[in-house]
Design a protein around this ligand. Sequence first.
Ligand code: IMP
Length: 181
Amino acid sequence: MDNSIVLNGMRFFPYLRKEQIDREVERVAREIRLDVEGKNPLFIVVLTGAFMFAADLLRQVGINESQIEFVRYSSYEGGTSTTGKVKQLMGLREDVKGRDLVIIEDIVDTGLTAEKMVADLKSKEPASVKFATLLYKPESSRTGFRPDYAAFVIPPKFILGYGLDLDGKGRNLADIYACED
Ligand code: IMP
């Protein structure tokens, strides 16, 4: 049976099923909990793509003293390739000085967004900064940036679903799909 979907004329195939995603999100949640338990961490969720991952992850991490903030950056201006320029569109309201921060991102592709975000946050003198991503594409890296936690390390395919989009579409999908090569 062909479970592929077509969006904007591109065909996507099932790549990671909800059950696999749940398993790896649970593992990442355990790793994070071990590192930040007792530290009153501030989780910084990167909109929009990380919203579904963050919702599942943070329920599993389950630290009641933690706080959650949202930031927004843009590097894609439509389509499937990065512009290489990273702009902050929405910033933090909480003071991060002296805090233990965990950034929650959907995907590390070139690493440009991640690198800028970590540099911005480090300049505000937090106690620590960790980076969690649902997907990590090391072969696409232009920066050598390495996340502290990754649910999946994947080849440089264009991905859709579970929060990730193509021109704003497909974020609702429970499974993760990959574009045909
Ligand atoms: P980077 O700065 O190149 O690492 O890319 C970061 C942002 O690009 C991510 O937060 C996503 O919004 C977007 N992105 C990168 N790869 C993909 C993909 O395969 N599917 C959907 N969005 C992606």
